[in-house]
Design a protein around this ligand. Sequence first.
Ligand code: IVH
Length: 693
Amino acid sequence: MQQPLFDRSTTEPSGGDSLEFAELQKLKQEIHFHNHRYHVLDAPIISDVEYDRLMNRLKEIESAHPDWITSDSPSQRVGSTPAERFNKVRHPKPILSLANTFGLDDLLAWLERLTKLDERVSTADFMLEPKIDGLTVVLTYRDGVFVQGATRGDGEVGEDITSNLRTVRALPLRLPVNADGPKPPATLVVRGEAFMFIGDFEALNQRLSEAGERTYLNPRNTAAGSLRQLDSALTATRPLTLYTYAIVSADGPVPQTQRELIAYLKALGLPVAPESEYCAGRDELLRAVEAWREKRDLLTYEADGIVIKLNDLRLAEELGFVGKDPRGAIAFKFPAREVTTRLQDIGVNVGRTGVLTPYAMLEPVEIGGVIVKQATLHNFDYIAEKDIRIGDRVLVKRAGEVIPYVIGPVTEIRNGDEKNFEPPQVCPTCGQPVEHLEGEVAWYCVNLACPAQLVRNLEHFVSRGTMDIVGLGIKIVEQLVEAGLVKSPADLYRLTKDDLLKLEGFAEKKADNLLQSIDASRSRPLARLLSALGIHGVGEVMAADLAKAFHSLDRLAAASTDDLTNVEGIGPNTAQSIVDWFARPSNAEFLQRLRESGVWPVVEEAAGTQSSAKELAGLTFVITGTLPTFSRDEVKALIQDHGGKATDSVSKKTDYLVAGEAAGSKLDKARSLGVPVLDEAGLLALIQSRGEA
Ligand code: IVH
């Protein structure tokens, strides 16, 4: 299903609604403005919280008046129904490509040829733009509203990927983005390149790897693949962005030089590459090209070259084409950063989350001025799929700041001595068996005490949402591990004052305080301890469900996968992961030590009375604005810990609104419904007074 192409309701309603309608128009304008500041200019002027507040208010008004929703509303970036296939789109003019040059000689020859064709080229000026390595997109705006986005396809006919492009935040849904920008022609078709910043690409891979999912090879493939997803909800989770650089067609006057054209696109609110340069003449151009040898490495996205364009677009057009390539522009390709070298061995890293990642140990080789000795191999499936063997000659790529990676083996020159690689059965750091979850590509070391993960596991164990050991931050965790005092979270409960006094920065008082908070954590409820254990797939919510269903660690440890899948929300994979966790001898030993230290919570059989005895049982809260000391999550946890419920929207059923600084529409709504409003101190007082009662 496509979004409606045109605004359906732009007529202003009368009566009491007109105020809200005006607010809606203002909100849309404001959100477009902030999107542009954030995603295009990289210079936000409001916090995420404030942005969310604007967006929530917009959605609130729109859900009360669905007929006011227009296709250019910032709330409409994600379509609801996945497409079955992409429709074909005929471009208004052919989407051309460029001829390539590979060195200064080639470039000079190009200038020479052009000058012969037209003397004006000898005194011409130029624009020089990065040649972004992404996916070409063709965007159509009608009366300033984004109505269609397509891939290049064969240059004549592309695929309609409008729904996917809508999810790209840098793409304006309405032009001009700023009220004082130029008014675009009735139909404007622009060309650009969709891509991913290298940092965003790496963060995405990190996230996928932590979730045990397949990681991506490089930003270009990821961007292209994400835009060709049939489900735009999936595209929306990908950090895509976009730069525009050409006008394909327009039914009104547009600039006649490339320099003005870029400025014009920018003034409309379309994103353009900030690195584009104007060169007043040939010498300046050659110097600028030379400077790009170094500049290339500073780019935050991948570019495989630069594009050199005659600034005078009319002159460029008059010069015509060679085949499908226009004469007036040329791609100057950077030297490739792919080389072959020998794969000497395959090593395995254990990441912070226990994920095992294979890497290539290479015969050192220079790629683009850097000596490369290691490259990533992504995951074990990748090695098998590409049939990469130890001893192979492999093709290695280094692009921009991306970690070098092995593209694949050169199979033609194998001599039979190459060896298949067997993924390790045990963790290379601690020697414990590794695990693989059904449906995931990653292998994990799940040993809590694995030195590769110990610090992170401890951090999780002591954090607020789990055992909540106040005062035990990452620095002290590191100190404890470094001093050999703690080899597993269970060791925390055996620390003595003498142990702590040996650490730098510890005096009597600090040691006493820490021991006291460790002691206090012994009485945390079972659900907290369960989520502290870091069993793969068991988060806060599932831990609470397990505690409710099994009441003690003994009973949970004795549960079969069938017992576990009987609990709502627990699937066979997680059930297996829980059973396996308890079956591992090192974990049994760890639990035994917790038990000996008195860390062994059980849930009373009559659990019902326990929760209704809590101070805030039966009460529903909504939180809004910025509180003086607690973060949003912290207040939520506080309310839940005391038996209350925290929800998102204010209704008649809300018992209290907890409001801080800069509270917005929720506060108005609470007041209009007569819902009592508390500040942070008021909430604490409420908990205390109900506790005493
Ligand atoms: S100009 C006639 N400018 O590089 C206009 N292309 O073959 C031709 N590309 O896939 C395109 N950045 O999509 C132009 N600043 C830029 C570009 C650029 C990337 C892509 C283009 C095409 C290839 C050139």
